[in-house]
Design a protein around this ligand. Structure first.
Ligand code: SF4
Length: 437
């Protein structure tokens, strides 16, 4: 039996796609082994959203080749769609290149023998772009045993001026309604207790049966004891009904990750984002008012061309004024082929690094304030199976350590836990105890 291992970089969508590639190979007689263990086939699912992500992808490819000199090395994902990546030495390390969209049947492309790097050119397999209403065979096999990512959408037709995603994933298209429900039903039947709805721009999900809010409602109507977490979602018109659903249905995790990117009107406009700072703040405040203890998260990028001290201070004050509990902070990195990559007035690292640091500190403070505010609350916590120490995730995205389990309670269950305190170190980590039913 051939052994295969995967290494996935980047977003939840990439993880969902690795899970589907895994399911196909297991169906075709492959054995999944841990990354780093001996394997005949090694798959690196790459990311290109930032310069750092591309660099990390290249590093993992080289590491994979060093560790597995004789394995068949497959590279897929967003960096594989970046023509620059595979030129020269990189290309020679790889046996098969799969730019997006990922094949539905990877097993069909795996030959018996690896190619000779100098004798045979690098095979590149480009599958046609799936149409709207696409179907994905199989049921994802995630690396975890309690939560699974559920791909519902791919691509993006927005054109934010800094973003490479539309050029490496293509225009927006939605997965077939029935196919989403099919995989969700299967994942629930296999014991996954949390399904994370993911895509590139899930806010644009649309099928004849309905939009994102309708799909979430349909997922919640499926039989089975599982909860739904919505992955990162672009701020936009569909959120009103999503917030309403989240306020009404306890099986919807109280979690909304709304990438803002910047908190000052001028820079936001230059980024080509589709909302104003006022509209974004209104959405966030509405969610906080309607859904008590919701975890509101965001992405923010510093160092964008045109950013100066005044813009940054305004952005800082704006973020500080919002009820956010989670902030991912990045430094802008020019991406090949994007409009902003050509723009002047990009702040030097000597300015953007300290700004990044200040926002990271703000994010840490807000996360801790949120966690402290949860002390005394009873939260539904999904305990991870086999995590060594007993740990799980609350619906509002706190990592909860549960020292002991009352008799009759098991891991992989969603249990009511009273939060007893915030642990030192990671501001998202708390300690809790199960409240006997
Ligand atoms: S919405 Fe903007 S940032 Fe997000 S994937 Fe689309 S183009 Fe990129």
């Amino acid at each position: 039996m051939k052994r295969v291992s995967f290494h996935t970089l980047g977003c939840r969508l990439n993880q969902a796609e690795t899970a589907l590639l895994t399911s196909d190979l297991l169906e075709h007689g492959y054995q999944l082994v841990e990354w780093g263990e001996p394997a005949e086939v090694v798959v690196v699912n790459t990311c290109a959203v930032t310069g750092i992500a591309s660099r990390k992808s290249r590093q993992v490819i080289s590491l994979a080749r060093r560790r597995h000199p004789h394995a068949f090395l497959v590279v897929c994902g967003c960096a594989a769609s970046d023509p620059g990546l595979m030129r020269g030495a990189w290309g020679r390390q790889v046996d098969l290149l799969l730019p997006n969209p990922k094949p539905q049947r990877l097993s069909a492309y795996l030959p018996e023998e690896p190619r000779h790097p100098f004798l045979a050119p690098l095979p590149v397999v480009e599958e046609p772009l799936p149409e709207d209403g696409f179907v994905l065979p199989g049921v994802g096999v995630p690396g975890e045993r309690t939560r699974a990512n559920l791909k519902v959408q791919d691509g993006c037709s927005f054109r934010c001026t800094y973003c490479i995603v539309p050029s490496v994933r293509g225009p927006a298209r939605s997965r077939s309604w029935e196919d989403v429900l099919r995989e969700a039903g299967e994942l629930s039947a296999r014991g996954y207790r949390e399904l994370v709805v993911t895509g590139v721009n899930v806010a644009t999900y649309r099928q004849p049966q309905g939009d994102l809010a309708d799909l979430l409602e349909a997922l919640l109507a499926l039989p089975g004891d599982f909860r739904i977490r919505l992955g990162s979602v672009e701020p936009g018109p569909c959120l009103e009904r999503v917030i309403d659903l989240m306020a009404r249905n306890p099986r919807m995790c109280r979690f909304l990750h709304l990438p803002l990117q910047y908190g000052e009107a001028g820079i936001l406009r230059r980024m080509g984002r589709r909302y104003t700072v006022e509209e974004y703040a209104a959405t966030v405040r509405t969610a906080a008012e309607r859904i008590p203890d919701i975890c509101l998260g965001t992405d923010v990028m510093v160092g964008f061309p045109g950013e100066d001290d005044a813009a940054f201070e305004e952005c800082f004050r704006y973020l500080d004024s919002l009820p956010l509990a989670l902030m991912h902070v990045f430094c802008y990195s020019p991406r090949p082929g994007t409009p902003a990559a050509e723009w002047p007035a990009r702040p030097p690292a000597a300015q953007s690094r300290p700004r990044e640091k200040r926002l990271l500190a703000l994010g840490e403070r807000k996360a801790r304030e949120f966690a402290v505010g949860q002390v005394g609350q009873v939260l539904p916590v999904l305990l991870e199976e086999g995590a060594g120490r007993r740990q799980g995730w609350s619906d509002n995205y706190l990592s909860v350590v549960v020292p002991s389990l009352p008799p009759g309670c098991e891991e992989k269950e969603i249990l009511p836990c009273r939060i007893r305190g915030v642990l030192p170190g990671n501001p998202r980590e708390v300690v809790g105890e199960v409240v006997p039913g």
